[in-house]
Structure formats: C-alpha cells, structure tokens
Write a protein that binds this ligand. Structure first.
Ligand SMILES: [Zn+2]
Ligand SMILES: [Zn+2]
Length: 338
C-alpha cells in the first residue's frame, strides 16, 4: 500500500461523504489525503509500529481505516459508502493501477497565484510544479468580475505577462504559461475584451455566479461561451460544490457536443471541494467527443496534489489518456490552444 493508493481511497471517501452532506467529516478525509500525498509517509512501517495517528490530521477513525487498508488493501467503510450512495462496483479493469499515474501527466492547466486569490507567487507555484516533474504549469488567475478575488484586468495581465516572461528566463525545466480564468457572464459573454484574451497562452472560461439559471437559459449561456473563439477550456463546468451547492443544470450533451465541435476542452477540476465535472458527466463529455483536462485549481503549492486526488474520477469516467490534454507535450499543447 503506497501513500498514493491510501490517499486515493481517502479522497474517494471524502467525495462520497460530501455527497451525503457530511462536509465536515469530508474535509478531515481530504486534508489527510492531501497530507499523505505531500509527505508520503511509510504507511506500512507506521502500521507495524502502531503509529498511524502520528500522521498529521489522523485520529482514531481514519487510523482504523488506514490500518485495514494496509492489512487487506480494501476499506469496508468505503464499500459501505459506495453501497449506500449506489456507486457501481469498479470492474477489475478499472481497478488496475491507473495508466494516468504511470503514463506521464505533463502539466497542470489551472492554478492561481497571489496576483488574484492564490497564496503564493508565480515562481513558488512554478517551482512546486517543477518538483512534481511537470513540463509546464498554466497560471490562470481570476478576471475582474468577482471583486473579492482581486481579479486581473488588461493592465495587470500585461504586467503579469512580464513577470511570467522573467520567471521563464530564470527557471529551467519548467515552462510557465499565462492563462486566465475568465468569468462567463450571465449572458454568455466573457469578462474581458477579445484582444486581451487573444494575447494569452490559454483561456479558461468558468461559470461562478448565477448558477441557478433556468436550464434553457443556462444552456444558451454555456453554448455562447464554448463558441467564443478564444475559449480553450471550460473550468469546473457546473460550478457545483458537492455537499453545499448544487451545480448548474443545462443540456449537458448539447453543450459538450458544441464544445467538441469548437475544440473546447471540458475540465475535471480536482479540488476536493469541487470535483467538477463528476465522473458521470466527464464520461458524457468524452462520449460527445470532448477532450478533457485534469487540473488542480490550486491556490497554493501544496494544492497541486489535488490532481493526484482526481485521477480516480477520470478512471471511473473511463477516460483514456489520449483524451486528456495534460498528457500532451508542450508543443502539441500550444497547437491545440493556438
Ligand atoms: Zn473557478
Ligand atoms: Zn480557479
């Protein structure tokens, strides 16, 4: 039992707990999963020494679950949750070690810095991405609409571009891309002028507000967004927060088909508080011909591990790596987003 495998189990438990409405307990499980990915404790040795509770955030309940995982490779607690929430059994094929982990995830396309509501600098985020072995990291701070996050307008984006160029000069072994997470406004237009968007390496368009629109109007709003010539990715496409906020409802198949026709990628946002698209909708997006991206939406360096937590969702969705843009090398990625 590797710390990654244990963390994946804890992350799935957290996800299901959120669906049950137990977000308090879910947070405790997510926190430990994140810690395990970051610190990679030797769970086998800790189990043998009776020291599982020395892992940060692990109390008696999680220690018991980890002990069972180390001893048997399974968790009756997770099995019970899956049954309770009617999650189908994974087949043997799905249970095989994920090719996503082994086959070369190359970079994260959704991350924030202290230019908006992130907690670290461009360089700190880039170094964290580099130490994870990535080839590239896209910095995608917020647009101005949501004032509480200190979003970037054209002038600050130009200034940030200069900082990113300087960081790329300094750093070796990692390329920082400049993107934006631009708001999809109520009428489906975007929160920044076209010429500003055109100057960026990639554009994520995300719904953040007015998610409870009538499905027909929401469908029109999302269709307009995916038809926008500068949009590359739709970020957390429903805006849901499992356990606390339902996502937007719209004609998913119609929007996904339109996205596929325009080469727009749909995101699986791996932030444990979002997990959006869900595996079910990700599977639908793939069947409609969309590519997907598996991103952390990190607001701090240690949150880049969210992608490790989200890998199981792509696996459950049955999404192959050739559909995931994060598996592309940088030149291919630039072509896709050109
Ligand atoms: Zn967002
Ligand atoms: Zn974001």
């Amino acid at each position: 039992m590797s710390p990654e495998e244990a963390a994946a189990t804890l992350a799935e438990i957290a996800y299901l707990l959120r669906h049950k409405g137990d977000s308090h307990r879910a947070r405790a499980f997510s926190r430990v999963a994140t810690t395990m990915l970051r610190d990679r404790p030797d769970v086998q040795a800790l189990r043998a020494a009776g020291g599982l509770e020395t892992i940060d955030g692990v109390g008696a309940t999680i220690a018991r679950i980890l002990a069972e995982l180390v001893d048997t490779g399974t968790s009756t607690y997770l099995d019970k949750l899956r049954e309770e929430l009617k999650q189908p059994e994974l087949t043997d094929k799905e249970l095989a070690l994920s090719p996503l982990v082994e086959m070369g995830y190359r970079g994260d396309l959704h991350a924030h810095t202290d230019w908006s509501d992130g907690h670290a600098s461009i360089t700190e985020m880039a170094l964290a991405a580099k130490s994870r072995g990535y080839e590239y990291l896209a910095i995608t701070d917020h647009s101005p609409r949501i004032t509480v996050v200190n979003g970037l307008g054209p002038e600050r984006l130009a200034a940030q571009r200069r900082m990113i160029d300087a960081a790329n000069q300094e750093l070796e072994g990692i390329t920082v891309l400049q993107g934006i997470e631009v708001d999809i406004l109520e009428d489906g237009t975007l929160d920044l002028p076209d010429e500003t968007l055109a100057a960026l390496d990639l554009v994520i368009a995300s719904p953040h507000v007015k998610l409870r629109m009538e499905p027909a109007a929401m469908t029109e709003r999302m269709l307009l967004a995916v038809r926008h010539p500068h949009v590359d990715i739709v970020g957390h496409p429903t805006g849901r927060r499992p356990g606390s906020r339902p996502g937007a409802e719209y004609d998913f198949a119609q929007v996904f088909r339109e996205a596929a026709a325009h080469g727009v990628v749909m995101e699986i946002d791996c932030d444990p508080a979002r997990m959006d698209l869900s595996p079910e909708l990700a599977a639908l997006a793939a069947s409609c011909g969309c590519r997907l991206s598996l991103d952390s939406d990190a607001h701090a360096p240690d949150q880049l591990v969210y992608v490790d937590l989200g890998v199981w969702m792509a696996r459950r969705a049955g999404v192959e790596t050739d559909r995931l843009v994060n598996w592309l090398r940088l030149p291919e990625l630039r072509e896709v987003f050109a």
